[in-house]
Design a protein around this ligand. Structure first.
Ligand code: MN
Length: 743
């Protein structure tokens, strides 16, 4: 028999083994069609080309995919490499098959250039998104696997290129789809060409000790089997040396030799149901010493690709550690074939009625397909809409850009750079000029035509653009373009903020401070700052805060200078550490005190230094011995009725404030705050902006980072004093401002 025909026959048998009512004529027709179309073409190995589609179809059949997939695999290179057309394939094998072939062809056409990690991720996503039907990806992976298996006939450059692409694109996709078995083979084959020396080194070393490995594997396998048999657990146990690329990665990452690799061996125990898994785990941990921190329960918490198993690492004989993976048969199918296990299940279920559709729930979730479809429908509707909200397109250089679904050339242009967007005068998609509002499709090559004389974006671009990035950049352009307007609005915002902070524009624009101020806000001129505030490049609050800091710094410098000067001459107004209340002695020598003493008419009045009342405070008088009437605030502790001595009761008399204009009154405040640089200065600035006369100001640092500031000031009345207190309370770090005496 013709060896090629023989291969075909093996394929047909394989497919029939899981497709009892197979239409073998249709399958054979597909083989004949491909054989005829590829006639005369040779593989690099010198074999007839048809060997390749046959081999790919065989791998597809290994996965247990449906007949349409197997046929599409046989035909997968016809549209690309032969005269066959989509229509022809559709007519002979049906539209679904033609679409699968077309899908694989499209993926084959995607040009791959070595890229950074982010580009890789985009490329992977794009391939997934381009393959509307998951079977397209599965066939493509099988195609790649066969090409990698036969890579030895390619040129070294091609080998490297394809291996890199496989390692970076296809192996991760296989992983994401949970197809561990294919992923391992793809990785090992790629490694063989990417690092031939490292690969061979591992192979040689494994070979050298292969009998030792086998002996170890067999003995552990035997003892596990024996023990589980005693426990009456029905199971299968497999042992293996881990796959080459995983060993390679460990050696490389941990800079170790093969002999130092911690876990080289993996065992798999496959049982019938989940409770058995945990029973097995118990037995294993009883037989061998578990390594702490290595137990993972992927049954309770499956991996995102729906992988489920219990993992543990234990120490075997002679201190050799090994990993044990415990799973059910279902989990095993999923682990080996991932998403393709769906088809595998179908065949198993035909005989056994294993369960309900619930078992496929994870596929459903993974693919986010619509609910309530029957099994057959479901298989055919498997769509990869994991990336339904993204579209992936190429720059002319082959970079992949990810844009929101529905994105237009405008979004693309701004994704490249705002300057590209602002200068866009046209766009080409796949070489053809298109209107700006053309939605982009996966895999489109988009080119932006720019001109230096472009007038910039137009307002309706804001409605066409789908990405926030593009819209923000367009808005920003409009803001920047209207500079005059921005200066006016920015200046207004700035001045209002400045006023709010209690600073004057004249103060900061004074010749001697302006350069410092501009340096601090990092603008060349005030107009630049206003414009920036106007279009939102910065905020008025930010600028004012910086300016305030700078003013304080300048103020501090001045105060230091003044203090130095004062020290050399006489006394300054600031008396650190002294009690400012002493200053009150003999004060308020107004001819008119502003106080009416009931029943005493004109008499000598003085204000108690303990509570320093001001007009508006409720007050009470005390007739002193020889010094006239002393006026206290009613809430002064010294005037509290319970503290008045009984023998002096008749000395306490009613007093009240004179109506009308009065002189200023001295009073004292004590401010408590967290100690910090510039506190005293802030207090002084607040007092001066309140326009009150300050007689004394002294600050004292306390332990634990606190400070008190004592202030003696002159105010008209209580309402002015309240205003001052409010101002002081607003200073950063101040937690109380109290009048001396009183509450
Ligand atoms: Mn191919």
């Amino acid at each position: 028999m013709d060896p090629i025909l023989e291969r075909y026959q093996a394929l047909e048998d394989k497919v029939r083994s899981y497709t009892p009512n197979l239409d073998a004529r249709r399958l054979f027709d597909a083989f004949t069609f491909a054989d005829t179309e590829h006639h005369g073409q040779l593989r690099k190995s010198g074999e007839p080309y048809i060997i390749h589609p046959l081999a790919v179809a065989d791998i597809v059949a290994d996965l247990g995919l449906d007949v349409d997939s197997v046929i599409a695999a046989l035909l997968h290179d016809t549209i690309e490499d032969t005269d066959a057309t989509h229509e022809e394939v559709a007519k002979r094998f049906g539209e679904p098959v033609a679409e699968l072939v077309e899908g694989v062809t499209k993926l084959t056409r995607v040009q791959y250039v070595t890229k950074e990690e982010e580009q890789m991720e985009n490329l992977r996503k794009m391939l997934m998104a381009m393959a509307h039907d998951i079977r397209v990806i599965l066939i493509k992976i099988c195609d790649r696997l066969h090409n990698m298996r036969t890579m030895e006939y390619q040129s070294p450059m091609k080998q490297r290129e394809k291996s890199l692409e496989t390692m970076e694109i296809y192996a991760p996709i296989a992983h994401r789809l949970g197809m561990q078995k294919l992923k391992w083979e793809l990785e090992d084959l790629s490694l063989r060409y990417l690092d031939p020396v490292g690969y061979r080194e591992i192979i040689t070393q494994l070979d050298e000790r292969s009998s030792a490995h086998e002996e170890f594997l067999a003995s552990i396998q035997h003892s596990i089997q024996q023990r589980l048999g005693q426990e009456g657990i029905h199971c299968s146990v497999y042992g293996r040396v881990k796959h080459i690329y995983s060993i390679y990665r460990k050696m490389y990452a941990q800079d170790k030799t093969l002999n130092e690799i911690f876990d080289l061996y993996a065992f798999r125990v496959i049982v019938d149901d989940i409770p058995e898994c945990y029973n097995v785990l118990g037995c294993i941990h009883d037989m061998f010493k578990p390594v702490l921190g290595r137990f993972k329960d992927y049954i309770g918490t499956p991996k995102p690709n729906m992988y489920q198993s219990l993992h543990t690492t234990v120490i075997g004989r002679a201190g050799i550690p090994f990993e044990v993976q415990i799973r059910t048969w279902e989990m095993h199918q999923t682990a080996e074939y991932g998403i393709a296990a769906h088809w595998k299940y179908k065949q198993g279920m035909a005989n056994k009625t294993l369960g309900t559709e619930e078992q496929f729930e994870w596929v459903r979730k993974l693919l986010e397909t619509q609910q309530d479809t029957d099994a057959e429908e479901f298989v055919h509707n498997l769509k990869v809409d994991m990336f339904a909200d993204e579209v992936f397109v190429f720059t002319p250089n082959g970079d992949v850009k990810s844009l929101p679904a529905g994105a237009t050339p405008i979004d693309f242009a701004y994704a490249i750079h705002s300057a590209v967007g602002n200068r866009m005068v046209g766009a080409r998609v796949n070489g053809r000029m298109v209107p700006y509002d053309t939605p982009l499709n996966n895999g489109d090559i988009v080119e932006v035509i720019t001109s230096k004389s472009a007038k910039g974006p137009s307002r309706d671009w804001l409605n066409i653009a789908k990405s926030n990035e593009a819209r923000n950049k367009i808005r920003q352009w409009f803001k920047k373009e209207r500079r005059e307007e921005n200066i006016v609005t920015g200046r207004a915002q700035f001045e209002s903020e400045l006023k709010h902070a209690g600073m004057k524009l004249e103060a900061i624009t004074a010749e001697e401070v302006l350069p410092n101020i501009l340096h601090k806000v990092r603008f060349g001129t005030l107009d630049e700052m206003y414009a920036s505030i106007g279009y939102g490049g910065t905020t008025a609050a930010k600028c004012v805060a910086r300016i305030r800091d700078e003013m304080l710094r300048l103020g501090r410098l001045q105060a230091e200078k003044a203090a130095a000067a004062a020290k050399s001459t006489a006394e300054s107004t600031i008396y650190p550490g002294s009690n400012p209340l002493q200053e009150l002695h003999g004060s308020n020598k107004h001819s008119d005190s502003g106080i009416i003493v009931e029943g005493l008419g004109n008499c000598l009045v003085k204000f108690a230094k303990c509570c320093t009342p001001v007009p508006g405070d409720p007050v009470v008088g005390f007739i002193t011995r020889g010094y006239g009437v002393s006026v206290h605030r009613k809430d002064c502790p010294n005037a509290a009725p319970e503290r008045r001595k009984p023998e002096e009761a008749d000395r306490w008399i009613k007093v009240s404030w004179v109506e009308g204009k009065l002189p200023n009154y001295k009073t004292a405040l004590e401010l408590s705050a967290r100690d910090r640089d510039g506190l005293t200065l802030d207090v002084a600035m607040a007092l001066s902006s309140a326009k009150v006369r300050v007689n004394a100001l002294s600050a004292r640092g306390l332990p634990d980072g606190y400070a008190t500031v004592n202030i003696v000031l002159e105010v008209r009345d209580k309402s002015e004093l309240t205003a001052v207190i409010n101002r002081l309370n607003n200073i950063q770090g101040v937690y109380s401002v109290a009048r001396s005496g009183g509450k």
